[in-house]
Write a new protein. Structure first.
Length: 132
């Protein structure tokens, strides 16, 4: 009998490997022992986004929270969560929020209203209404 894939298994792997710079869709498929099409179908069905977007959003959730909680450099947070190239991170942040990472960092660490900024960023990264 075929063992079905559910979103809980996917989230467990992503959470367990969130700091791994090799975490991507292919890695996820290998860890789950499932084909790319099976993983794609499950994630699109359950989360209504592509697998790469799911991984990216969860990483960004963690990076934003880590930067806010520890009041540290956003690039250090990105490195902690496995994003090793600053230029890649810059593009991802710019595309998602239309702001430079340094602006987001200052909003989360310096700005008087930093809690409101944090909550707004977290809200925009929710997946099916959840922070994963």
């Amino acid at each position: 009998a075929l063992v079905s894939l559910n979103s809980d298994k996917i989230i467990v792997v992503i959470r367990d490997e969130i700091c791994n710079p090799d975490l991507n869709v292919d890695f996820l498929c290998r860890e789950l022992c499932k084909s790319r099409s099976t993983v794609n179908k499950c994630i699109i069905k359950d989360f209504n986004i592509k697998p790469s977007e799911l991984i990216k959003n969860i990483k960004l959730q963690r990076i934003i929270k880590y930067t806010y909680d520890f009041q540290i450099d956003i690039y250090k947070s990105a490195q902690y969560y496995g994003i090793v190239r600053a230029d890649t991170f810059y593009k991802v942040i710019k595309r998602k929020f239309n702001k430079n990472p340094s602006v987001i960092e200052s909003e989360l660490t310096i700005h008087e209203e930093k809690r409101n900024y944090f909550l707004n960023y977290h809200k925009s990264l929710m997946i099916n209404g959840l922070i994963i």
